[in-house]
Design a protein around this ligand. Structure first.
Ligand code: G
Ligand code: MN
Length: 381
């Protein structure tokens, strides 16, 4: 192992040379700097493991030198020595990251172990920085070309699944919700696909593809059931959504667009939603109660339908407080002329409780899993 290189700076040449001899004898590679400027040149050239400097020197003093060194190298250990200690120099030494503040005359038994320790800490600091950079490179700048390629591939592998929404009264299918699906190996979940499409700036394309496929499926949907289609908040910014010639526009009269409560909306959302209504669409607020308490809620725009998040539904038969909130929500929506869908109904008990509470429409695995057009509702004895 090569010995650690220590740069020694002292305007007192006698002291500098004796320090040099002392460090050499202790196994260090001692380098004597001619001046503070010379020291800075050597530091910027690299290869130093620590700096040992006097504080009081004509021209650039030790503290000013320390500041300049910090700009060149954030991790290089610097030990300052002084024959006239003062609080001010001690404080500014600490402020600028001096490793140690030693009183002259420094004796070998203090200096040598202190230097060894500082050199070790300096190596540790450099490694820590390298570790951080390695990790940052791994996660942060993302591999954008690769992600773009994945989104490109995934856009070609998107399809829609449909899940029935039934009337609580008689289990009649009153609508199908279209749900995004994708069989891409990396972007297989709707959440990861949407997030990647957002990063790649391709949300509008994805939304158009979804609406194109829903419209194509709807062409084969017998009269009767309605359609529910999820919008990403970004879809509201897409002019294609408002085009009367767009594929889904011809089904607008039987389509309810769901806008999630999880995301906040832009300021002009009210106007955009009015335009959608003018095309014939109805509007639902999705995921109500999902823990988002923002002020941009679609609820304030007076939706036609409210969809209760499945977190409110799960275990509603056993949790009295949940049941009470849902009962009040259902009652209020009814007064306001809104339909209510309970999402994520999984058990007979949840189903019975919701029916008893007066929730008109139900959706969930208890009735049918999402599937290709058009899944039928399970018969439960
Ligand atoms: O955000 P949105 O409510 O549109 O998402 C509905 C999601 O919930 C779909 O991905 C659908 O597959 C899933 N889902 C539908 N019914 C149930 C259910 O009964 N239980 C659970 N856990 N998930 C469901
Ligand atoms: Mn939904």
């Amino acid at each position: 192992m090569s010995s650690s290189r220590i740069l020694i700076i002292d305007d007192d040449r006698l002291v500098q040379r004796s320090l040099g001899r002392l460090l050499s004898a202790s196994g260090f590679d001692a380098v004597l700097a001619e001046s503070a400027e010379d020291a800075l040149t050597r530091v910027s050239a690299g290869g130093c493991d620590a700096v040992l400097s006097d504080i009081h020197m004509p021209g650039l003093d030790g503290v000013a030198l320390l500041q300049r060194i910090r700009r060149l190298d954030a991790d290089l250990p610097v030990l300052l020595m002084t024959g006239e200690p003062s609080l001010e120099t001690a404080i500014s030494a600490v402020e600028h990251g001096a490793g140690l503040y030693l009183l002259k005359p420094v004796t070998p038994d203090v200096l040598v172990p202190a230097l060894r320790r500082m050199v070790g800490l300096g190596s540790l600091a450099r490694l820590r920085r390298q570790a951080w950079e390695v990790l940052r490179a791994a996660t942060n700048p993302p591999d954008l070309p690769r992600q773009r390629r994945h989104v490109e591939e995934a856009l070609g592998r998107v399809h829609m699944a449909f899940q029935p929404i039934v009337a609580a009264a008689d289990r009649e299918v009153i609508a199908y919700e279209a749900l995004l699906r994708c069989d891409h190996p990396v972007l297989g979940s709707p959440g990861s696909l949407l997030a990647a499409a957002e990063r790649a700036g391709r949300l509008h394309e994805l939304g158009r593809e979804v609406r194109r496929q829903v419209a194509a499926a709807a062409d084969g949907l017998p009269p009767g059931p309605l359609l529910f289609v999820n919008l990403h908040p970004a879809d509201l910014e897409d002019h294609a959504l408002y085009d009367p010639e767009a594929p889904l526009s011809r089904h607008a009269a039987r389509t309810t667009l769901e806008i999630t409560e999880r995301a906040s909306l832009k300021g002009d959302a009210a106007e955009r939603i009015a335009r959608l209504r003018a095309l014939g669409y109805r509007i639902a607020v999705d995921d109500l109660g999902a823990g988002y308490a923002g002020l941009n809620s679609v609820l304030l725009l007076g939706p036609d339908v409210v969809k209760l998040d499945m977190a409110l539904i799960r275990g509603i038969d056993v949790h009295a407080a949940q049941r009470s909130v849902v009962r009040s929500l259902v009652g209020l929506c009814r007064e306001l002329g809104m339909d209510v869908v309970a999402e994520g109904v999984e058990t007979r008990e949840e189903c019975d409780t919701l029916t008893h509470i007066g929730c008109g429409w139900l959706q969930g695995y208890w009735f049918a899993r999402p599937g290709p057009p058009w899944p039928s509702v399970q018969a439960h004895p």
